[in-house]
Design a protein around this ligand. Structure first.
Ligand code: FES
Length: 148
């Protein structure tokens, strides 16, 4: 279902201490990557409420990326472990509201991994582009509104 003119909108929730700094390194190193991602910086992946992800899709995102410090490197000790555990439960919620869970991506990118950030963004963008636009959430929203 790919449309050659389709440019996916991807929202990336990243932690301040590792992934954001890694993305900054990619920028200051003048590495090139696809420009489809809008980053939202949070203190830690443990701070990412699953509703942020639902809200991103509701607002028109075609894919969502969550990225933070590698396991064991979280600046708040265990925030990324909490995020990973939360994801296991969150997958059930995604199915329930009709969001294809394969549109949500997770990665660990450290402050020194600018190249990895570039690779993750390019891979996520290509994957979402091949899936086509995400429209299910809007359809569900419309059904709920019409049927009360
Ligand atoms: Fe980066 Fe917790 S500070 S995941």
């Amino acid at each position: 279902m790919s449309d050659s003119s389709f440019e996916p909108k991807i929202v990336a929730f990243v932690c301040n201490w590792c992934t954001y700094t890694g993305a900054d390194l990619a920028g200051t190193s003048r590495m090139k990557y696809q420009s489809n991602v809008r980053m939202i910086r949070l203190p830690c992946t443990g701070r990412i409420d699953p509703m942020f992800i639902i809200k991103a899709f509701e607002s028109g995102a075609d894919g969502v990326l969550v990225s933070g410090c590698h396991p064991g490197d979280c600046h708040y000790t265990a925030g990324n472990y909490h995020a990973r555990r939360r994801w296991i439960l969150f997958r059930q919620l995604l199915k329930f509201v009709g969001i294809d869970e394969s549109r949500v991506f997770f990665s660990w990118v450290s402050a020194s991994e600018g190249k990895k950030w570039v690779d993750v963004i390019n891979e996520v963008t290509d994957t979402v582009r091949s899936k086509g636009p995400f429209t299910n959430y809007q359809k569900l929203n419309k059904e709920f509104t019409i049927n009360g």
